[in-house]
Design a protein around this ligand. Structure first.
Ligand code: PEP
Length: 247
């Protein structure tokens, strides 16, 4: 039985004061036994959050370097994240692909860097609005995923979490219908099954304007194992409604 994951991505938001409040508010949250809950702060704060997070909250990173160390100004390596007790890292988020030139090739290297340190890679994929409207969703997601899966050892595929995030739904208030999201998740699971017998255990999360009103229906779909949550993770009251939907 797969667990339901609810992971927050704070993006470039929050500061030490609002984070202190967030952690205090989170103390009231009751994480259901079938749920895995986590949050990815801005990197400068993640070590603090990891040090102060309760046991029922995983702390993640929004990014990781594909390099192990050396002359790479501004980067943070997977080993450093591990040293700071970071449990998971987003990889290939559409905002990284769009604004920071992250290619499938770089994404593949980042996933492998994380796998070497035992940090869970949350591999993001998803089509743009134009690709959606022109019927290319599956082929785009397929090429994003194959670019990584072709270079990950079969036994390591079981260590991945995949987040399907249609770009047209991220931060726009437009959510994929549960039926459409389910179709895409089913497609992704079948694709992963070509690489690993663990595909049926793989958490596949939905991301894109997921909130307290739509989470329950999305999470009820057979192949949707929770959500990657942007805007609605910034306030514990909103985030908790999504956590409750995991029950
Ligand atoms: C995201 O950033 O991964 C995301 C899904 O954002 P939002 O929930 O704000 O659409």
């Amino acid at each position: 039985m797969r667990k339901t994951w609810v992971l927050g991505n704070w993006k470039l938001n929050n500061d030490s004061q609002s984070i202190r409040q967030w952690l205090e508010d989170f103390q009231q949250v009751e994480v259901p036994s079938n749920a895995v809950v986590g949050v990815a702060p801005v990197s400068i704060y993640s070590q603090h959050v990891a040090a102060h997070a309760p046991q029922n909250l995983l702390v993640g990173s929004q990014n990781v370097s594909q390099f192990d160390g050396g002359a790479y100004t501004g980067e943070v390596s997977a080993a450093m994240l591990s040293d700071a007790k970071i449990a998971f890292s987003l990889v290939g988020h559409s905002e990284r692909r769009m604004y920071f030139g992250e290619t499938n090739e770089i994404t593949k290297d980042k996933v492998n860097a994380l796998l070497q340190t035992g940090i869970i890679p949350v591999l993001c994929c998803g089509e743009s609005q134009v690709q959606y409207e022109t019927g290319k969703s599956q082929s785009v997601v397929e090429s994003q995923l194959r670019a990584v899966l072709d270079h990950v050892a079969a036994e390591d595929v079981a260590k991945l979490v995949i987040a399907y995030e249609p770009v047209w739904a991220i931060g726009t208030g437009l959510t994929a219908t549960p039926e459409y999201a389910q179709q895409m998740h089913q497609f992704i699971r079948a694709l992963v099954a070509e690489y690993s017998s663990s595909a049926s255990d793989l958490p596949i999360l939905y991301g894109g304007s997921c909130n307290g009103s739509n989470a329950k229906e999305l999470f009820a779909q057979a192949d949707i194992d929770g959500g990657l949550i942007g805007g609605a993770s910034l306030k514990v009251s909103d985030f908790n409604k999504i956590i409750e939907a995991a029950r």
